[in-house]
Design a protein around this ligand. Structure first.
Ligand SMILES: [Mn+2]
Length: 307
């Protein structure tokens, strides 16, 4: 069985492919973790610091291969031609939009990271959590919660972080989180397309397809300076993929607020109607206030507005 995180993988998608591989191996299964795209700068920093190899990049598998989806379940975010494969497992913490041809195993919880869900699965099965696995789990949690600033954070995520650090022994977790976010923010030499696609997801909402990119950063300048080029990329993506709308949010981790880059007045209106604290900055930018989570805040509000 192949274990696969979503396209445009973030830290949780990568570390959970590695963690789930260890989990299933301990249960006696033969598994291979893979990834569908390049590592982002944060994940690169983490794997380098922990001296852990990334899952192999593989975007096509043999027809009929058994797969386990981690940190996603929607076909639009999964490996291309998903119908060619046999989905045996889904381990996730997102809203569900999945149709399958045959029965499967699903484990999903409303926790802040898929790493937190996997932690529970280890405990329930009495499996060993090594120092390396504990470190990977912590990184998944820190990344998805923005060091517990995101409203997706639950008491359980905080509690397991403390448990895990008894094994991982990070000396200063806040410092490590800061280093992670600084690494992720170091995108001065990225093209506009690389910025947009760094953390970009597509959703099917009724009969409409929309895409939402987020750029979580401690330095908004690198992306906001490229706004005009980002708008060009958004136009191309919308046209090429028949999208109803595409919005890219620059999430300021330090100020704890987000700015939406809007291609036209339609997007400005969607944001103004979706988020009560929205303030239009100029023709193409809306500050939506203290909104940090795509899954818990952005997608549900936008969905409600456009349905
Ligand atoms: Mn996640």
């Amino acid at each position: 069985m192949y274990i696969i995180g979503h396209k445009n993988p973030d830290t949780d998608a990568i570390v959970c492919a590695l963690i789930a591989a260890d989990y299933f191996t301990q249960l006696g299964m033969e598994v291979t973790p893979i990834r569908l795209g390049e590592l982002n700068k944060e994940t690169e920093f983490i794997l380098k610091s922990l001296e852990i190899q990334a899952p192999e990049l593989k975007t096509e598998l043999e027809q009929g291969s058994k797969i386990c989806l981690v940190d996603h379940n929607e076909a639009s975010q999964a490996i291309d031609n998903l119908e060619k494969y046999q989905i045996d497992w889904v381990i996730d913490h997102h809203k569900f939009n999945l149709q399958t041809a045959s029965p499967l195993n699903i484990r999903a919880e409303g926790l802040a990271s898929t790493a937190s869900v996997l932690y529970k699965m280890y405990i329930e099965n009495n499996l060993e959590i090594t120092e390396q696995i504990a470190k990977l789990m912590i990184c998944g949690i820190l990344s998805d919660t923005l060091n517990f600033k995101s409203p997706t954070t639950t008491d359980f995520d905080i509690q397991i972080m403390l448990e895990l650090n008894k094994i991982a022994n990070f000396e200063d977790l806040d410092m490590f989180a800061t280093d992670m976010f600084d690494a992720k923010s170091n995108i001065s030499n990225f093209t506009a397309r690389e910025i947009v696609e760094m953390d970009y997801k597509t959703y099917e909402i009724g009969d409409k397809k929309i895409s939402i990119g987020v750029v979580e950063t401690t330095n908004t300048k690198y992306s906001l300076d490229k706004s005009q080029e980002i708008l060009e990329v958004i136009r191309e993506l919308k046209e090429a993929n028949g999208l109803y709308t595409t919005i890219v949010f620059i999430v300021d981790i330090l100020k704890e607020e987000s700015i939406g880059i809007c291609e036209s007045d339609k997007e400005v209106q969607i944001l103004m109607n979706s988020f009560k604290d929205s303030k239009q900055i100029d023709t193409n930018h809306v500050n939506i206030g203290n909104i940090l989570s795509r899954k818990k805040q952005m997608v549900p509000a936008i969905e409600k507005t456009i349905l």
